[in-house]
Design a protein around this ligand. Structure first.
Ligand code: 5GP
Length: 116
């Protein structure tokens, strides 16, 4: 069994967050340490530790991450100028919280994709 992270507590509202969206499959809240004017994390309500753990059963929730990202980008007023979606995986990907999450970043030019 995968171990819960702080994100499960945020989903259950046991600890506070700046939550911007929640439905039966996903939850979205502002990152505690924003790297851009808009920095929202969109996460499955179900605990999936990393992208390596996804299965065919998760296709609906994974699709929902994208439809909610598009909805929130419009809501944040960044859809036209553009934004970046990032999902980090494990050590080389820079993943720190082992509850799969999509970063929605925007509100300024984000520059090149990878740091050298
Ligand atoms: P990762 O590096 O795993 O892709 O990203 C984890 C993200 O979660 C980081 O951007 C970090 O700032 C954010 N984060 C970690 N703990 C908390 C928390 O308790 N609340 C919120 N809102 N964000 C968090």
């Amino acid at each position: 069994m995968a171990q819960e992270t702080i994100f499960s507590k945020i989903i259950r509202k046991e600890i506070p967050s700046d939550m911007v969206y929640q439905d039966d499959l996903v939850t979205a809240f502002r990152d505690i340490s924003p790297q851009a004017p808009t920095h929202i994390l969109i996460i499955p309500n179900k605990l999936i530790p990393t992208i390596n753990d996804v299965t065919a059963q998760d296709e609906q929730v994974l699709g929902r991450l994208f439809t909610v990202a598009a909805k929130l980008a419009a809501q944040e007023g960044i859809a036209h100028d553009g934004y970046r979606l990032i999902i980090n995986c494990n050590e080389h990907g820079g993943q720190e919280v082992f509850h799969l999450h999509m970063h929605l970043l925007g509100g300024r030019k984000l520059g090149r994709m990878l740091a050298r």
